[in-house]
Structures are given as C-alpha cells and as structure tokens.
Design a binder for this molecule. Structure first.
Ligand code: S6P
Ligand code: ZN
Length: 186
C-alpha cells in the first residue's frame, strides 16, 4: 500500500479523502436513550442526525492504524445529552486515542466488571482509552463536539453488549447542570 495524505477541516471535522461516512439518526439508536417517549416523538418529527463519522479507508488489519473524526451535534433526547452508541472493541485488548478539535463533552468508559471512568473532553484534550474499556462520547455543550480518533487496524467494533444493557451511568441535564446519574435500566 502507498502512503497518502487526508485533509481535515478543523472547523467542521469533515475529512477530504477516501472516506466512509457514517450518519447516525436517532432512529439508528432506538432504545439507547432512556426516555423512550422523547425518542419516539423526535423520530416522528424529524429523526434528527445525532452524529457523523468520517472514517478514512485503511485496511482493518493488524499493523495498520484506523483514523477518523466524529462530529456529535448538540442537543438532548429528553434530558439526556446527544451521544454515540458506544462499543467495546471486538478485539478487546486494543486501545484508542481521542483528540478533541472543537466543543465540550464527556468520555464515558466502562469495563465488563462495570468499573466506570468519565473524562472531560474539550478542545486540545487527548484521552487515552486503554484496552478492555467500552467507550461512549457525549456532547454536553451547545456546539458540535468534534474529535479525531486513532486505533489499531484490527480492533473492530462490538456494539451488542452496549445495545443490550447500555452503560451503568447516564449524562443528563438537570436544572441547567450537567449531571451523572445511575441508568435506571441497567
Ligand atoms: C472507533 C471510535 C470512534 C467511534 C465513533 C462513533 O473505535 O471509538 O470513531 O466509532 O465516535 O461511535 P460508535 O460508538 O457509534 O462507533
Ligand atoms: Zn472505539
């Protein structure tokens, strides 16, 4: 394979390259926000886009490095802030790095024994997600949360565990404050 450049727009998070663009509407995340009524209402109204991922085309193989940007648009479903689905890596012993370009948020991580860690995300923060930690990103601000991620080529994604049970914590707005609460459905 030949070396190549990609071009990132720091303001929008868009990447010009051979990219696979993933667009996640709320209907792609049914059951992931705890307020099911609010979820259905929004899906019926405009089924808004919650986030996009620009994934540069690199072989999903050991030795390569996957790299991409994620853009999470601001907003809430009920009182729960917009977020990604969240996943374990299929190859669980693989780590990941997130570098924030714009916006503010939280990086919610959880191990299989339900140990939880939450890191702040802001422009310039570099978060290290060690092997074995599931990860979800939450936009707690009023502008898009844009971050660049790098992870091993062979990592893959396991969404099933999070789709079934979620994370044990939720990030919500209560009286204008950002709060971490227990997930009532966990
Ligand atoms: C990939 C990395 C990110 C996420 C993206 C969307 O390992 O962690 O690029 O894929 O932020 O999140 P999700 O949970 O829908 O893949
Ligand atoms: Zn990941």
């Amino acid at each position: 394979m030949e070396p190549f450049n990609s071009y990132l727009n720091f303001n929008t998070g868009e990447i010009l390259a051979n990219c696979n663009i993933i667009v996640r509407h709320l209907s792609d995340m049914k059951g992931m926000y705890y307020d099911l009524k609010a979820t259905q209402k929004i899906i019926n109204e405009d089924d808004r886009v919650i986030y996009k991922v620009y994934n540069i085309d690199v072989p999903e193989k050991y030795g390569h490095l996957q790299h991409c940007t994620s853009i999470i648009y601001p907003g809430r479903v009920g009182d729960e802030f917009h977020m990604t689905k969240g996943h374990f890596h299929a190859q669980e012993d693989t780590a990941e790095i997130y570098l924030v370009l714009q916006g503010t948020g939280k990086l919610l991580m959880q191990k299989k024994d339900t140990e939880v860690k939450i890191l702040d995300m802001q422009s310039g923060s570099i978060s290290y997600i060690p092997p074995y930690w599931a990860h979800r990103t939450i936009n707690t601000g009023n502008t898009p949360l844009i971050f660049f991620a790098v992870y091993p080529g062979e990592a893959g994604h396991n969404y099933g565990i999070i789709e079934n049970k979620g994370f044990c914590k939720l990030i919500v707005e209560r009286n204008g404050q950002i709060k971490v609460i227990d997930n009532p459905n966990y």
